[in-house]
Ligand binder design. Structure first.
Ligand code: OOG
Length: 247
């Protein structure tokens, strides 16, 4: 399996904002190969000057597993270029979707899973804009891992003191209309479990969560299509809100 060729295909799809058939249509590959493709895809971004800024967890909730027909927790890497400001340009995305997130800020390097909770410097409510590089947002587990877990953009509101987030209400509104509501409990029963999984996966891949990185714990709800010219507000009980206007 040519990991470089697969990464080049996905990188090209993202840069041209043009969906490609899922890679496993041509030849099946396994999960370790999929992570090797993901790593190469991110290396291509780093060679273009982007910096790693965190990790994202995927399929940590039933709602997402059911929505996408996939049933294993995955992770992907975030870069500084993916961070959205108050306004997000969607013109270079294919078919963006948005979902609410619980976000952790890492305060110091995490050298063990046991260490990760005490390394958290802040928590926030946020959002993730997904954009599968595959036609119709359809993929198998290895496909979506190779595609960096559909990562495209992310944002978050103000940081708050770390706290118990095992049952925090989440509301996502588009142009003032509620489009998703849920509880952080949908994220593996407690997003802290997702945080520990992020540390475990990073350490297993020979990386450490770094100071200043964020961890997106994974959506508590299904994702919804994100049009241009929309105003999105995600509110977390006790965490304020994160907002983005698309163009
Ligand atoms: C993959 C990303 C899933 C989540 O929070 O479950 C994800 C996708 O649905 O395209 O980020």
């Amino acid at each position: 399996m040519d990991v470089h060729a697969l990464a080049a295909t996905l990188d090209g799809a993202a840069r041209d904002a043009r969906a490609v058939p899922k890679l496993t249509d041509t030849a099946p590959f396994d999960v370790p190969t999929a992570y090797a493709v993901q790593r190469e895809l991110v290396e291509r971004r780093i060679r273009r000057g982007e910096r790693l800024s965190g990790v994202k967890m995927g399929f940590t909730s039933r709602a997402k597993m059911v929505q996408m027909g996939v049933d294993d927790v995955i992770w992907g890497l975030l870069t500084d270029r993916m961070q959205a400001g108050a306004s997000a340009d969607l013109s270079d995305l294919i078919h963006p979707r948005i979902e609410p997130e619980i976000v952790y800020l890492i305060g110091r390097e995490v050298r063990s899973v046991a260490d990760v909770e005490s390394a958290v410097a802040g928590v926030a409510v946020g959002f993730e804009i997904l954009d599968s590089r595959y036609e119709d947002f359809r993929f198998t587990l290895p496909d979506v891992i190779a595609d960096n877990a559909s990562a495209a953009r992310y944002g978050f509101g103000a940081w708050h003191e770390p706290r118990d987030l095992s049952n925090t209400g989440l509301l996502m509104e588009i142009d003032g209309r509620p489009v998703q509501t849920g509880s952080s409990a949908a994220i593996l029963g407690d997003p802290a479990r997702s945080l520990r999984a992020a540390a475990r996966l990073a350490l297993g891949a020979g990386m450490a969560l770094e100071p200043g990185w964020v961890v997106l714990a994974g959506a508590a709800t299904a994702a919804v299509p994100l049009p241009k010219g929309a105003h999105v507000r995600v509110t977390g009980a006790g965490l304020g809100s994160a907002e983005v206007t698309t163009r």
